[in-house]
Design a protein around this ligand. Structure first.
Ligand code: IPE
Ligand code: IPE
Ligand code: MG
Length: 258
């Protein structure tokens, strides 16, 4: 088989520390509401949490961290919240890009950027370019991202380049056109804020990811909470379709904590 990093084509290697963590950072609004503050204060505090999570991932030796910052459905929110979030993105990108650069973190942004204004598009590109050569953690932010968009966009791009594949294309043909084609699939998915749903996040890539849900609201998700999620991951047996006996027989290859 090819070395395509696909859990449905080849069985991935299981390591004690997840190589790739994907996070839905949910609960900002409720965190603020509990404190009688406007929802947007929760978003502001959420940025602090994210900075700490990036740091913890670096310390733990996680290679890829992917976070959901704004979904393709979040445009449905009140206009003033949407515009606050857009200005917050600009501010945070301008302020944090140099820090990420110093910390050897490579920043990537996935999602459909067409809907963002020129200033935000430029900030995104500048921050990505500044950190492009970094070799530490790859930190991907999903903005105006949707899992269905990702798959549809990949199929369209592939057919644009290879119209002859219309009736015969395989997973290998499609793979390079998906947003996260450079990364292994997430090993661990974390959603804060108590909801147990995927909300149109990485639908394709989460095929065999271990799911972890916590009631903790995103602004309160600290280092200990992240370590708890990783500890839960380490107790899972990742079978990828095989039996438990098969996995156990391959000592140390299946259980994340082995
Ligand atoms: C997640 O927090 C952040 C974004 C979607 C931008 P929410 O804003 O969804 O917070 P809750 O779920 O309303 O508490
Ligand atoms: C998912 O959170 C999107 C982000 C965290 C960016 P939402 O709060 O928008 O999800 P739903 O609408 O409750 O499913
Ligand atoms: Mg929410």
């Amino acid at each position: 088989m090819t070395n395509l990093p696909s859990s449905t084509r080849t069985i991935p290697e299981v390591t004690p520390v997840p190589r790739h963590i994907a996070v839905i950072m949910d609960g900002n609004g409720r965190w603020a509401k509990q404190r009688f503050m406007p929802r947007v204060m929760g978003h502001q505090r959420g940025v602090e949490t994210l900075r700490e999570v990036v740091k913890t991932c670096r310390d733990l030796g996680v290679e890829y961290l992917t976070v959901f910052a704004f979904s393709s459905e979040n445009w449905r929110r009140p206009a003033d919240e949407v515009s606050f979030l857009m200005s917050l993105f600009i501010k945070v990108l301008e302020r944090e890009a140099r820090r990420l650069q110093r910390e050897n973190v490579r920043l990537k942004i996935i999602g459909d950027r067409n809907r963002f204004d020129d200033e935000l598009k430029k900030c995104m590109l500048d921050a990505e370019q500044l950190t492009a050569a970094n070799t530490g953690l790859t930190f991907t932010v999903a903005a105006n991202y949707g899992g269905r968009w990702d798959v549809m966009h990949a199929v369209q791009s592939m057919l644009q380049h290879h119209p002859e594949l219309a009736l015969t294309f395989t997973e290998e043909d499609l793979h390079p056109y998906l947003s996260m084609s450079d990364a292994p699939e997430p090993d661990l998915f974390i959603r804060t804020g108590g909801e147990q749903r995927i909300s149109n996040f990485m639908l394709w890539q989460l095929a065999y990811t271990e799911l972890y849900f916590t009631d903790t609201l995103w602004p309160a998700f600290d280092r200990a909470e992240l370590e708890k999620a990783v500890a839960s991951y380490q107790r899972r047996e990742r079978r990828f379709g095989r039996t438990s006996e098969q996995v156990q027989g391959m000592t140390g290859k299946g259980v994340a904590g082995a």
